[in-house]
Design a protein around this ligand. Sequence first.
Ligand SMILES: Cc1ncc(COP(=O)(O)O)c(C=O)c1O
Length: 401
Amino acid sequence: MAEYLISEAALERNARVLREVGDAAGAKMLVALKAFAGVAGLHCLREFADGACASGLYEAKLAAEHLGGHIAVYAPAYTKRDLLELLEFAHHIDFNSLPQWERVRKMCMRHPRAVHGLLHFGLRVNPCHSTGRTPLYDPCTPGSRLGVPVADLDKAAPVGISGIHIHTLCEQNAPDLVETMEELEAQSSMLLNSSEVRYLNLGGGHWITMPEYKRETLIALVKRLKENYGVDVYLEPGEAWCIRTGVLRARVLDVFESMGYRHAILDVSVTAHMPDVLEMPYRPDVFCLMNTASDATVGKAPSVQLPGEYYHLAGEAGQQAYTYRLGAPTCLAGDVLGDFSFPRMLNVGDILVMDDMTHYTIVKSTHFNGVPHPDICMLGVDGVRRCVRHFDYRDFADRLG
Ligand SMILES: Cc1ncc(COP(=O)(O)O)c(C=O)c1O
């Protein structure tokens, strides 16, 4: 049975880094639940996070139940029903357009929690300055629906708005944020200087837990923004909490040759269980479980390993002796992980491990083609592996109505 295996120790390792950076910068560090919302893992982050960034009512409710702390919500639009519920417990609600804010402004501002200063409202602003490489993940791309273009804003904050929210990055380093902020400040320093504006939310996409991330640059930027504008600064990374904390373990179901290619069919689907591999797209590291320590790759192992297991890192096509096209047991022709090479032939029953599969995987997975959904397992800090969710036929059938 395939499984996502997530390490509590690795989640805690990342969480400590984010807490340290948050403390050094004086920034509030939120967990963006859109990246990872597994209740069994959130308890590892709770102690280190200031709260959560929610993409709407459901994530906000999950945050209230399982993470606690500050709840910042942003969605491109809200239904009135969801908004009425959010007003009861969220702390920041950020809006995407001025027309929506105008439609709900009175209702929001009259709410007792807003009157008593427990709830604030913000506006997502689009700095219209791209620093990313992937258009799919670039909210500053021309024609974007995400945020009010900075040039469309007056110099003062709209009535009732006390927060500015920007989110422009994806897997990026601090200098990109510095560049974006400088651009925003050049166009809207009056807005940021407005005495109404009390918080600045710098969104996600900060790769803070990667070794190459320039943490000191981020810390200096946050300090400068706080000092210049007298605002509270919020960061809401998702991926950074989860980098190198989980793997997807799959089995080889069949191997065969066709039209000059060796194929291995796995018991997982790329589109259903690792969709970002196709959407982004990217090529994950793949490891093959080996029998002996001498077959293992030196210096390179999956993010999460079970005791007594040895892994060999697969190479590019042709790099090692046996190249296979790793594919899914579905009807979609393109449901393929890619061509990977191994030092030995693959056999039915072999275990392959796809690395770095916590963020934006489980939250996006589906039951496409009725392929059995991988279990979700946690590797505890005590070294014990626990299955926290097993999916069966009923999960597939019940969800589809
Ligand atoms: C508004 C907002 N905040 C935070 C995030 C989290 O980003 P990441 O997981 O890349 O850090 C996203 C991701 O799309 C987002 O859209």
